[in-house]
Design a protein around this ligand. Sequence first.
Ligand SMILES: [Zn+2]
Length: 137
Amino acid sequence: MDLNDYEKLLERAYENIPENVKKLSRFEIPKVQIRIESKNTYIINFNRIINTLNRDRRHFLGIFLKKAGTMGEIRGQQLFLKGTYKEQVLNRLIEQYSKAYVLCKICNKPDTEIQREGKKEFLKCTACGAREEIKEK
Ligand SMILES: [Zn+2]
């Protein structure tokens, strides 16, 4: 094989690598930092988490509180939750939200937005163009 062919082969191999592998953007949601006060929980780094998720706060809260099975509200930079919660539980709920409402099902990137049509919600990915109905409620 001459060098020219070899280069072409490399080029072709590179072209076959999916875009999301080429430009691997690491998406990491900050782990919750909590403070327990009179049997209630405060997620003190909530602002950082919601900024990473890049979703509407009310949308996130509606789903998150329902899954946590409690009441809560944003207080300044923090999220107040009625009751005591362990970090792992909260992290898992946030991850579940992220999988359903943030990460693209096709390319796994967070470059998405939620589009509403009647009662249906779709996750539109600006990275790969995919548009998938959000089924998880
Ligand atoms: Zn995508």
